[in-house]
Structure formats: structure tokens, C-alpha cells
Ligand binder design. Structure first.
Ligand SMILES: *Cc1c(COP(=O)(O)O)cnc(C)c1O
Length: 372
């Protein structure tokens, strides 16, 4: 089965095979492996030894996002501005509100990245905003927010930033050294690094973590406690049982990623995947949700064909019978279908998927001129 969903992604056989081992997380053989993963991840984020740290947390992307919000946005005095241009921005807002943090929503269309000027204006209008929470690649619509440009206005305004880079990290460029306004950039093992799900990572400046002690109002979600534990018990230690096989497999995926040429190579492959899909789907009569200039490289959305009786779940089943699995839900107001361009897939797989799309559309009685 070819997985074209925006996580968990298609993985390499070597990565999956790495799961098939028993490991004691605290074993002295595993600690150096874990330490090396943390250092590689820190370096990948543009971090520097002694100045930045990698703070892993068991669980899904929502968990590491919640942990970053709880740890860095202080209760009571903190206020988080979030440009609301997609489903994952909504999710960050919900995580923050349910953690009792004040949230200011900045409304923005989900068909293009938010304008840095709009963020600057919102910050100028409310001096009590302490942080900006931004989703780098908005997996709900496929757009990319310009994190370096937004960061520049946050920096100029003397505020802090939290970056949800869950579907961006490893593919889109990012550097903590060049963005000192960032308190945390977060991502998970199962998207652009092409590992298995199970663990999230935050990368943060040391002095910000040290200043964040006592903020989290939660032991599980306290990244300052993850840091303090590492200081006390070593960077190869865990607070709670980790998904140790997923971590081991992530290490394998990370080494493959680096050997393949790292971020520029991954971005180039995903861009090409996306271009093949975007153009090919249009030839089948599907209408893209985004203009090409706003289309990010991670996921592409197409409007559902305007024919009576079109049903997304039935369409997904028809595609599945042809060997391709896409999302069976969408987060846009208009009915769309979402097709991932990430994972261990290349041009051949995208062309295979286009053939499957053609077959599934025919099976559902969608003629080319009806599709859009
Ligand atoms: C996938 C994703 C998440 C996290 O999703 P989980 O299901 O919790 O792993 C968060 N933000 C973005 C932008 C994502 O694409």
C-alpha cells in the first residue's frame, strides 16, 4: 500500500525493520544512541552545543505542541497570538486555551501564508501579547507560513515565538541561530524525517528553558523538567518509558536523511512530488485548492468533483483498491481531498498515484469535465 497521507508517512524497509528489536531504554548501550539523536536533531534545527537543547517527549505532535505552550507561555502573564489560517492553528489555540493560556486569534484566509505585516500590526495593537504561535506548514490546507519573515517582526517587537514545524521540520529551512526570538520549534518522528510515530521533539535556547521552570502546571508536559532531568541524570536518560523502538528507528531514518543530503535534498524531492501531483491531477480534471504560488511542498488539496453522489469515503476505498491510501477527511470549509507529498516516495510513486486517481474517478463515474 502506498501511503500518501501527511503522516504517518511511507517509510523505508530499513526503518521499519529497526522496530523489530527489544531494547531497555536505560541500557548503557542505548544511552549513547539517544544522546547522538538529540545532538543531531539540535544541529538540524540550527542549534549550537551549549546554547540550544533538544527536548524529546513521548507521544503525538499535539503533545509536544502543548508542552511547548505550557512551558514557554507563562500562566497568568503570558498571551499567545496565533495567525488562524488553518486546522493546525485552531488546534494550537485549543491546546493553549485548555491549558488556561490567553489566546488572541488573528483571522487570516487559509489559501495563503499570513502576511508578516498583519502579525506586526496585531503585536503593535496589543503590547500584552508575549508570544506568537505559528504553524510552519499548515497541513490542513497545504500553505506555508513564512517563519523567517514572521520571526523578524516578532523579534523587532521584542516578543517570543513558538513554531509548530511538525509537518515542515527537515524539509523547510529553519535555523534557531538565525531566529533567536524562537522559544521552541517542535516536530515529530513520523513526518519529513520519515520515521515511525511515537515521539516529539522541541529544540530550544538553554536560557529560555532555564527561565521557564515552574510554568507548565503539569509534570508530564514540562519541558523544563525534561531539561533538568537531563542535567541531573544525563542526556541519555528518560523520565518515563519512551517508545524506544520508534526512537531507534528514528535514528536510522535520521542517518538516511543526512546521507541523502539533508534538508535541501528532501525539500527538492517533496517539491517535485508535489509538482507532479498538482499538474497530473489537473490533467484528470481535478481543481487544486491553492494557487501554485501558495502551494507548499508537503500536502496538496483538490476540490471534490462536483457530481451528484460523490462520496469521499467511497472514493478513498476505490483508491485503496488500487494500492493508494489518502486522507478520508478534510479541514477546509469547501469539500476537498488531501493528498500527501511526503514520505519515502518519489516521482514513480506519484505517477502510480495519478493512475490510481484516474481509475477511481472513472469507477465513480466522474467524467473529466465534471471533475472540477
Ligand atoms: C501532524 C501535525 C501535528 C500533530 O499531529 P499528531 O496527530 O498529534 O501527531 C501538528 N501540527 C501539524 C502542522 C501537523 O501537520
Amino acid at each position: 500500500m502506498l501511503l500518501l497521507i501527511p503522516g504517518p508517512v511511507q517509510t523505508r524497509p530499513e526503518v521499519r525493520a529497526a522496530m523489530a528489536v527489544d531494547i531497555a531504554p536505560w541500557d548503557r548501550d542505548f544511552a549513547p544512541e539517544y544522546i547522538a539523536i538529540r545532538e543531531k536533531v539540535r544541529d538540524l534545527a540550527g542549534g549550537v552545543a551549549g546554547r540550544h537543547v533538544c527536548l524529546p517527549l513521548q507521544g503525538a505532535g499535539h503533545f509536544i505542541t502543548e508542552a511547548a505552550v505550557r512551558t514557554f507561555v507563562p500562566p497568568g502573564t503570558g498571551k499567545l497570538l496565533i495567525p488562524m489560517n488553518g486546522a493546525y492553528a485552531e488546534r494550537m489555540a485549543r491546546l493553549a486555551r485548555e491549558a488556561g493560556r490567553a489566546v488572541v486569534a488573528l483571522p487570516a484566509p487559509d489559501t495563503q501564508g499570513v502576511a508578516p505585516e498583519a502579525v506586526a500590526a496585531a503585536l503593535a495593537a496589543d503590547p500584552s501579547i508575549t508570544h506568537v504561535g505559528v504553524v510552519y506548514s499548515e497541513t490542513g490546507s497545504g500553505i506555508v507560513n513564512d517563519v523567517p519573515a514572521i520571526g523578524a517582526v516578532v523579534r523587532a517587537a521584542g516578543r517570543r515565538m513558538i513554531v509548530d514545524a511538525v509537518s515542515a521540520f527537515g524539509a523547510l529551512p529553519f535555523s534557531l541561530s538565525e531566529q533567536p526570538e524562537v522559544d521552541a520549534v517542535v516536530f515529530t518522528s513520523n513526518k519529513c524525517i520519515e520515521g515511525l510515530p511515537g515521539i516529539g521533539f522541541a529544540i530550544s535556547p538553554v536560557e529560555r528553558v532555564e527561565a521557564a521552570r515552574g510554568n507548565a502546571q503539569s509534570w508530564s508536559f514540562d519541558l523544563a523538567d525534561v531539561y533538568d532531568t537531563a542535567q541531573r541524570a544525563g542526556w541519555g536518560s528518560f523520565r518515563f518509558t519512551p517508545p524506544v523502538q520508534a526512537l531507534h528507528a528514528f535514528g536510522v531514518a535520521l542517518d538516511i536523511y543526512l546521507a541523502e543530503g539533508g534538508q535541501p535534498a528532501r525539500l527538492a524531492r517533496y517539491r517535485e512530488n508535489c509538482r507532479i501531483l498538482y499538474e497530473g491531477a489537473q490533467q484528470l480534471g481535478l481543481r487544486p485548492y491553492l494557487d501554485w504560488e501558495h502551494q507548499g511542498p508537503i500536502i496538496a488539496l483538490f476540490h471534490q468533483p462536483q457530481v451528484p453522489g460523490f462520496d469521499l469515503q467511497r472514493f478513498v476505498e476505490a483508491l485503496k483498491r488500487r494500492g493508494v491510501l489518502i486522507s478520508n477527511f478534510y479541514n477546509t470549509e469547501a469539500p476537498t481531498m488531501r493528498i500527501g507529498c511526503i514520505g519515502h516516495v518519489g516521482p514513480d510513486e506519484m505517477r502510480f498515484a495519478l493512475n490510481a486517481l484516474r481509475g477511481a474517478l472513472e469507477e465513480m463515474g466522474v467524467r473529466r469535465r465534471d471533475a472540477a
